[in-house]
Design a protein around this ligand. Structure first.
Ligand SMILES: Cc1cc2nc3c(=O)[nH]c(=O)nc-3n(C[C@H](O)[C@H](O)[C@H](O)COP(=O)(O)OP(=O)(O)OC[C@H]3O[C@@H](n4cnc5c(N)ncnc54)[C@H](O)[C@@H]3O)c2cc1C
Length: 424
């Protein structure tokens, strides 16, 4: 292949999911119209088919504020102000609460700490469909070039990477960003292996309407097959709603999803309970297989991985997308810093800075979510006693609880500017 006849761009982003679109918007805002950036995705308008909602932590919300997307999603965003954790068997009559968080992040003025207003919710629940639609609309408004096609393959040519698209066109880019999801073909073709394993579990996701208000409380019930999370959504014309992420062994999840409505309702009610009054599953339901996978490298020659292309973790702590947005914030800052002083955004020095910034943090979160899942998704009564003592202790130690909240809110460690709400 040669580069003749190729369109010249600075950055080609493969994948118009949360990670790819957020990165394109951030770069365009910081570097202006002179930056040549294209986002290619064969499924540009796919948002409506995703039944999930995501817990967007405080740091990720700041990124959306910084790139002027938050105002578009805020009306549909449900703050989480309280969280309850229980640990029981499925048929236990009572589910004692071992841990409660009231979800406000305290002010921190310590060295390297993030400066916050007096208090703010540590997370908001946002439905994936509207979030993706808002990002796509903002990218279009900002003049990001969008191509409804897939990246087919790429090849290094002198000082750029030549990327061939499925529609038969090609681009000569200084950097190719793989934001093409968990089964990233760019990562595979670059020869980057992944560490990880499947959990033999799947999460059933659907929306549940309930009679009573959730009072902005999220619940996580640790049951022997896996966590059952009830996550508050914004009330709509149909009434009070929550999103559920219900983890089961994979075959059992497939069986439950395939039940008729009455059968599904019976299984749901066993786990959800009646504390919010009568319940009804509304909207589509789907089971997502779960696994852990972390790329051995986040960069290759003129290639950077972000989002699920770089890491997939268990949704037990609702952190996957939030980690992807940390990648976006770190990569955007790295690229902008380099390009402002005339450096090449795809040079080894630029990419190594990004990789150093993100790899350790990602491994730590992968290990933490893997450990949590192993600790909680099992049928051992002895282990249940041990972990309940642990949960009870955390509940009684406000400093430790604050640390957990700040960690979950994404406000610990070397925080990139966008996650602090600062412009690049
Ligand atoms: C049940 C469940 C619940 C979850 N809950 C949460 C939560 O509460 N909070 C949270 O932070 N995270 C959560 N996650 C994780 C989160 O959903 C993912 O981390 C996030 O969707 C990944 O976004 P992404 O942009 O990296 O990839 P994706 O959303 O997978 O986007 C990849 C895009 O790339 C495109 N693409 C693929 N191949 C190509 C190609 N060759 N060329 C061009 N484009 C291509 C695809 O069409 C797609 O649009 C959850 C995950 C699961 C399974």
């Amino acid at each position: 292949m040669t580069s003749e006849g190729s369109k010249q761009v600075d950055i080609l982003i493969a994948g118009a999911g949360f990670a790819g679109l957020s990165l394109a918007i951030a770069l365009r805002q910081a570097l202006g119209g002179s930056l040549r950036v294209i986002v290619a995705d064969p499924a540009l308008e796919r948002g409506g088919s995703d039944p999930r909602a995501s817990a967007i932590v405080a740091a990720a919300r700041r990124l959306f504020e910084a790139i002027d997307v938050w105002e578009r999603i805020a009306p549909g965003a449900q703050p989480i102000l309280d969280m309850a954790v229980t640990d029981s068997r499925l048929d236990d009559a009572m589910r004692p609460t071992f841990l409660t968080f009231d979800g406000e992040v305290e002010v921190s003025r310590g060295a390297g700490g993030v400066h916050l207003p007096a208090s703010e919710p540590f997370a908001h629940m946002i439905e994936n469909g509207p979030l993706l639609a808002a990002l796509l609309a903002k990218a279009k408004d900002d003049g990001v070039a969008l191509a409804e096609t897939a990246v087919a393959d790429s090849e290094m040519v002198a000082d750029h990477i030549k990327v061939r698209l499925r529609d038969g066109t090609s681009c000569a880019a200084r950097l190719l960003v793989a934001a093409d999801g968990a089964r990233s073909s760019i990562r595979e073709r670059a020869g980057i292996a992944t560490h990880g394993w499947g959990y033999g579990q799947a999460s059933i996701v659907t929306t549940v309407r309930h009679e009573r208000d959730h009072n902005r409380r999220a619940e996580e019930h640790f049951l022997p097959a896996g966590p059952f999370a009830i996550l508050p959504l914004k009330r709509d014309a149909t009434g009070h709603r929550s999103s559920i992420v219900w983890t089961e062994e994979a075959r059992e999840a497939e069986r439950i999803v395939a039940l008729d409505d009455a059968g599904f309702h019976a299984e749901l009610e066993k786990r959800f309970g009646l504390h919010l009054g009568e319940i009804a599953a509304v909207g589509p339901r789907r089971a997502f297989p779960l696994g852990l996978s972390v790329a051995r490298a986040f960069v290759a020659e003129r290639i950077a991985l972000v989002g699920d292309a770089a890491h997939v973790i268990h949704p037990i702590a609702g952190q996957g997308l939030n980690m992807g947005l940390k990648d976006v914030a770190a990569l955007a800052e790295t690229i902008v810093d380099a390009m402002r002083i005339g450096l090449d955004p795809g040079s080894p020095v630029t990419l190594e800075r990004y990789q150093r910034w993100r790899r350790f943090d990602t491994m730590a979160m992968g290990v933490a979510t893997d450990g949590l899942n192993r600790l909680f998704s099992n049928r051992s009564d002895a282990l249940r006693v041990v972990r309940d003592v642990g949960l009870g202790l955390v509940d009684r130690l406000p400093a430790l609880k604050q640390l957990f909240i700040r960690e979950a809110a994404g406000l610990v460690g070397e925080v990139p500017k966008l996650l602090k709400g600062e412009a690049l």
